[in-house]
Design a binder for this molecule. Structure first.
Ligand SMILES: Cc1cc2nc3c(=O)[nH]c(=O)nc-3n(C[C@H](O)[C@H](O)[C@H](O)COP(=O)(O)OP(=O)(O)OC[C@H]3O[C@@H](n4cnc5c(N)ncnc54)[C@H](O)[C@@H]3O)c2cc1C
Length: 403
């Protein structure tokens, strides 16, 4: 009997993690990636403690821990009063499998997954392959992709689209991408500066209508990520010229810092109408996108990936009915619409749009109360857990939340 074969379109973090999840279960995988290598733009970098059990199951957590840094503190900083509410993730100790987050550029996570994929002889990654369309019948599914200017067909049992927010396959399937686009432009900067010396926590949400943003440690060499926003009516081609003015306001007078990377982003809350069209399955940003405040974007994609690779491998092995893939599509879409997207929108509104001082004081007071009470602090710090959905096979594939 021929070995089951899945094509994963997109070698972003979700695509490579999904490919690894399939390869480890004996499925032959071909990953098609548009670019000539892993995309290096500054994007996800905080992995909530709740996604770590899944990385451990994939056998990559040790490498992720070694390459990244641990985030043990989360703070909300009221920029106006310079007053911070600090949460210590240590309160999760004994209550969650992991009591820290990991900070690591998503390109490094992709590197690690790619490296582990290299150990599977039936897994291959084709860089420079631009997927354009697909067609399917009762026996399989084909993806047509441009490789060095020539259109080539790749055939498989199933295709997983992890080709990001502008997914060509989602568009080809006519699955829409309904939702909203935020009016602000987000600017992600990587900068070398010792933010800890100014009292910033490993991850700090700065709350302010103008100076609001996220400041988070990327590594031990004082490389930090600062993501802030500006009016999207400002010309995008002159973003670079405005970064210095932002830093002049953020840092003490005369502070010297090194800007190593930056990228502007338009942010959305959107989801495809369905995460499945026959043998085509959508995962990660191809299925749903959110603004990054609160770190729920890639988190959602990883939770999709964990359940999908297990379920699809079982379908291909003949031990699960194809209907579990419908359950995947429904459950993960519901999880995005009922938790991931509203929670990220609430974080974004708090950080960038808190214009009512009385309301903000009330919110900060509630956060302060939670931070001082271990039980409430645990609830506040379980940011990703409600976004996780259980194994579709009914087994205990992912470590349960409370011991
Ligand atoms: C500033 C910023 C900060 C963020 N921070 C966080 C965070 O801390 N935590 C978090 O959880 N999330 C965060 N996110 C969200 C996170 O970056 C995304 O959710 C994540 O990139 C989704 O991964 P993906 O693999 O689904 O898609 P992508 O990372 O977009 O990867 C898609 C891949 O598909 C390839 N591709 C595209 N089209 C084609 C095609 N036609 N054929 C073949 N290949 C194709 C692309 O080249 C790319 O490699 C952040 C986002 C931004 C912008």
């Amino acid at each position: 009997m021929q070995q089951p074969h899945v094509i994963v379109v997109g070698a972003g973090p979700v695509g490579l993690v999904t490919a690894l999840g399939l390869a480890r279960r004996g499925v032959a995988v071909t990953v098609l990636e548009r670019e000539q290598g892993i995309v290096r733009s500054p994007r996800a970098m905080v992995y909530h403690n709740g996604v770590l059990p899944g990385l451990a199951e994939l056998g990559i957590l040790d490498d992720v821990e070694r390459t990244g840094v641990r985030g043990t503190e989360l703070a909300f900083l009221d920029h106006e009063n310079r007053d911070a509410v600090r949460f210590d993730l240590g309160v999760l100790d004994g209550h969650e499998p992991y009591s820290h987050n990991i900070h690591l550029g998503q390109d490094r996570l992709a590197d690690i997954a790619l490296d582990h994929l290299g150990g599977h002889p039936d897994a291959r990654v084709v860089f420079g392959a631009v997927a354009a369309d697909f067609s399917q019948d009762e026996h399989g599914i084909s993806v047509s992709a441009f490789v060095q200017g020539r259109l080539r067909d790749y055939r498989a049992d199933y295709v997983i689209a992890t080709d990001g927010a502008s997914s060509a396959l989602r568009t080809a399937a006519g699955l829409g991408f309904e939702g909203t686009t935020w009016p602000e432009r987000f600017i992600a900067t990587n900068v070398r500066y010792d933010f800890a010396s100014l009292g910033y926590a490993d991850s700090t949400m700065v709350v302010h209508p103008v100076m609001g943003g996220i400041i988070a440690r990327i590594d031990d060499s004082d490389l930090w990520r600062v993501t802030y926003h500006e009016d999207s009516a400002l010309p995008p081609e002159t973003v670079a010229s405005r970064i210095a003015a932002f830093y002049a306001e953020l840092l003490p007078a005369g502070a010297s810092y090194e800007l190593t990377q930056f990228s502007p982003y338009t942010m959305h809350q959107r989801a495809a109408r369905s995460f499945r069209a026959g043998r085509l399955l959508l995962t990660g940003d191809a299925a749903h996108v959110t603004n990054p405040i609160g770190g729920l974007g890639l988190t959602g994609g990883l939770f999709d990936s964990y359940v999908l690779s297990e379920a699809l491998a079982a379908v291909l092995a003949g031990t699960a009915d194809d209907g579990v893939l419908d359950a995947y599509a429904t459950q993960r879409r519901d999880a995005f619409l009922t938790y991931g997207s509203p929670r990220a929108s609430a974080f974004k509104t708090l950080v960038f749009n808190s214009t009512d001082r009385t309301e903000l004081d009330r919110t900060l007071a509630a956060l302060r109360t939670a931070a001082a009470d271990p039980g409430l602090a645990r609830e506040a710090l379980r940011v990703s857990q409600p976004y996780r959905t259980p194994s579709l096979l009914g087994g205990a594939s992912l470590v349960s939340s409370d011991k």
